[in-house]
Design a protein around this ligand. Structure first.
Ligand code: F6P
Length: 343
């Protein structure tokens, strides 16, 4: 068997752990494993690298992806489907393992529909892929955001300020909720629950009355407000290569509004891509490794058109179509439980 492996979409810590595990398991099975560079684009360009114990040595703890990535969609290109099929045939790939997020899984499904044998491995710091309890990258992002909250706490307290921390997560509030709870934030704003600025100010004022002269607000980049406060004009929206709206910056609007309405000195931190960089946590290395080994077992069993997943700490596989059917938004029970702290 000859297996192509690619990483597609935004990078995240843990990708190299998957690539290493796929390669090592592949060697055990006596398969030839080839890395496709820069996502699906590498197939079009025919940019490949050999994956063997030498090329994957020492990468389990490295962030990013040794294969490179892109948000290139073959199906957005002229004669894309034909070119894709042609490249797969020319390279003699029996299967392609796609390590990607929700956008990349859509492409994987389209490729599968063409008759290309595809196996999906879910990744994203956003943790928003259905059918899997976790995606690797998320735990690392949460740890980075939690560290940031810890640091903001000491300076907020010293200066009696309001600190607004904006985290990633696209249209799901997982990173905001988990880091906010772990870091002891006083307000967490997530896309799943719309609030008004007045709701937030009420919490800040309550704390002030109780003698707590500082507060930490964690806001997800995709948060939306009731009454459409801070809504971005359609014509000002920017999109990524997958055609999805680029987010970021909402914390500036929120901080300005808080300062204007309360007089409390307020500062903003946008954590941005720091959340996607650096070494993966042990959890993400472990999850990536388990996914990589399992993905190769899926190839062996010809479980094409399916994606590996973790459910109640057991690695399973589900149809890719099921994973992309619906975005996995936050568990509202966890959010409700956290409200005990927003007072
Ligand atoms: O999907 C991962 C993610 O980091 C999102 O949280 C964020 O909105 C987006 O990617 C940023 O993408 P880019 O790397 O293109 O700026």
């Amino acid at each position: 068997m000859k297996i192509g492996v690619l990483t597609s979409g935004g990078d995240c810590p843990g990708l190299n752990a998957v690539i290493r595990a796929i390669t090592r398991k592949g060697a055990d099975l006596d398969y030839e494993v080839v890395g496709i560079l820069n996502g699906w684009k590498g197939l079009f360009d025919e940019s490949y690298m050999a994956l063997n114990s030498k090329t994957v040595a020492g990468i389990v703890n490295r962030g990013g992806t040794i294969l490179g990535t892109s948000r290139f969609s073959p199906f957005e290109q002229k004669n894309g489907a034909e070119t894709l099929q042609n490249r797969i045939n020319r390279a003699n790939f029996d299967a392609v393992i796609t390590i990607g997020g929700e956008g990349s899984m859509h492409i994987a499904q389209l490729a599968q529909n063409l008759g290309i044998n595809v196996i999906g491995v879910p990744k994203t710091i956003d943790n928003d892929i259905s059918g899997t309890d976790y995606t690797f990258g998320f735990d690392t992002a949460v740890q980075i955001a939690t560290d940031a909250i810890d640091r903001l706490h000491t300076t907020a307290e010293s200066h009696h300020r309001i600190m607004v921390l904006e985290v990633m997560g696209r249209h799901a509030g997982w990173i905001a909720l988990y880091s906010g709870m772990a870091g002891g934030a006083d307000v967490i704003v997530i896309p799943e629950i719309k609030v008004t600025v007045a709701n937030i100010i009420e919490v800040l004022k309550n704390r002030y009355i109780k003698g707590k002269l500082f507060s930490i607000i964690v806001v997800a980049e995709g948060a939306e407000f009731l009454m459409d406060e801070f809504k971005v004009n359609e014509e000002d929206k920017k999109f990524d290569e997958f055609g999805r709206a680029r987010l970021g910056g909402i914390s500036h609007y929120l901080a300005n509004e808080i300062e204007k309405r309360t007089g409390f000195e307020t500062r903003t931190t946008i954590l941005g891509h720091v959340q996607r960089g650096g070494v993966p946590t042990a959890f993400d290395r472990m999850l990536g490794t388990r996914f990589g080994i399992y993905a190769m077992e899926m190839v062996e069993q010809k479980k094409f058109g399916r994606m590996c997943a973790i459910q109640a700490n057991v690695i399973v596989d589900i149809p890719i179509a099921e994973a992309i059917g619906k975005l996995k938004t936050v568990d509202l029970d966890i959010y409700k439980a956290a409200q005990v702290f927003f007072k």
